[in-house]
Design a protein around this ligand. Sequence first.
Ligand code: BG6
Length: 506
Amino acid sequence: MDKSKTRIQLPGTIFFIFGASGDLTSRKLVPALYNLFLDGWMPLNFAIIGMGRSAYTDEKYRDLLLEDINSYSRNGKADERWTSFSKHLYYQISDIGNDDSYQEQVRRINNFKETWGEEPSVIYYLAVAPRFFGTIAEKLAKHQLTANTEKTRVVIEKPFGHDFESAKALNQLLSTVFTEQQIYRIDHYLGKETVQNILAFRFANSILEPIWNRNYIDHVEISVTEQLGVEGRGGYYEEAGALRDMVQNHIFQLLCLVAMEPPVSFQADEVRNRKVDVLHAMRKFKPEDVAKNAVRGQYGSGWIEGKQVKGYREEENVNPESNTETFAALKLFIDNWRWHGVPFYLRTGKRMHQTASTITIQFKDVPHMIFPTETIEGWQQNRLIISIQPEMSIRLQMQAKRPGLSMTLNPIDLIFDYRGAYEGQSPEAYETLLLDTMIGDQTLFMRADQVEAAWDLLMPVLNSWSAKKSLNFPNYSADSWGPELAEALIAKDGFHWFTLPLKNKK
Ligand code: BG6
């Protein structure tokens, strides 16, 4: 269906959410569906069925979801429209391993089909731990629940695999049950407004393409830092670490959008083909390069905005001698004509000084300086800064003459600020992604080969870090910019990590 999303009338749709009372369902999925309903995007006929083991009635489940909406919806507390929305919500007591639960799904689908007088689209949302993915897939297949490949879809949350081999095995298993067109692998970064805008910015403006290459670009930085720690997710994070949690998915996706070749059309597979080309062109880490081009860190205790915070090893469900990294920085190269020799620096970390996701494209310096030294104040090569969050902006840093009788140059920013340019709120990432799932548009979802290529690239670093324990963890304190070696990684090439002067809320 058309990506322009001009208020198409969607067919009747049933959502089965496995993991009905999980955090994701409460904080993201149901508020997103409610906001789509408020904005008039939901189909006329729809049903959202939460599946879980707790013995809730529909009424009880609706009450619980109302609390979630009141706490987490971007539109604030629910209003009178909640009553109409809540009529579409149901709860099904179910056990993932039990055939009866799937028979009950068959029965419910048939009921809606009869009541609505149409063949519904059915979306199975796997908001459960990855160890359940296989069982659910097999049971859905056994009960013929996904046999209609046009009308049924499955949405899979991250983490998609733990490493290259497990991701490949999961893809293989899924491919025995679903076609690739039925599988929606979520990377919520791709649903963010500012991330989608990278495509618009690059490919809807003619002035950028001629300079978007090694002839004009000096280097690229992608930095995704968070003030938050692991926030009660120690059990999960111990097995993940920063590379698996953020780099393999979100940061590599940002990198692909910055570095991809122009697609021929906006068709899902065309865009995804160009993105996977970037992953294939990325230079593989040799084991001996890991120490040179990859830095890991783990946060110690400290103070953030006046509050004392624990070090990672003191967090709940974390091994007091943990070797898990909460910070990672990498230097990468893309070996193709466009990017040959241009370093890409990536970094991410928890408990950092600032919460900010920023892509900085630094252009080469002027070839010949005509201005005398005394006219230049804080000379800065041109930079394009795409700020994804919390500030949503694109800035172009230029040099300008300061007003006055003398010739004095200093850097200024040309700023496109979303909040200033457009009225109203932006939809949340999950609203975009859930709508795309209903429409059947896979552009913003990860394809099997992308996921595997991303894992493949990281395996030498993951293997080297797990084989060799870090001797100096914790090596950065909360509220800092990460380990010193991460500064050195970029400083030895003559650059530094760029940060926007922001006020933090998170
Ligand atoms: C998730 C990670 O995928 O992304 C979290 O598991 C991280 O650890 C989160 O905090 C960051 O997302 P956002 O949208 O807050 O930048």
